[in-house]
Ligand binder design. Structure first.
Ligand SMILES: [Zn+2]
Length: 65
């Protein structure tokens, strides 16, 4: 499988800051946390690879509740 890095723009769920993230589609589904460079709060990123449609689905949540 070729190494696929796709860049996607996301919005911080806390402050609305736009961030560019590099997604590695060859690594499969991922669930991780990243820190917003603007407000320094944690974002929960959930990456799902749809192999059938060759698409990357990225969900960003604040995990605040
Ligand atoms: Zn932020």
């Amino acid at each position: 499988m070729p190494h696929k890095i796709k860049e996607q723009r996301i919005e911080c769920p806390h402050c609305g800051h736009h961030i560019r993230v590099a997604l590695d589609a060859s690594a499969g589904d991922q669930d991780y946390y990243d820190e917003c460079p603007a407000c320094c709060r944690e974002m929960h990123l959930n990456l799902h690879i749809d192999e059938y449609r060759q698409k990357i689905q990225l969900a960003v949540a604040s995990d605040d509740e």
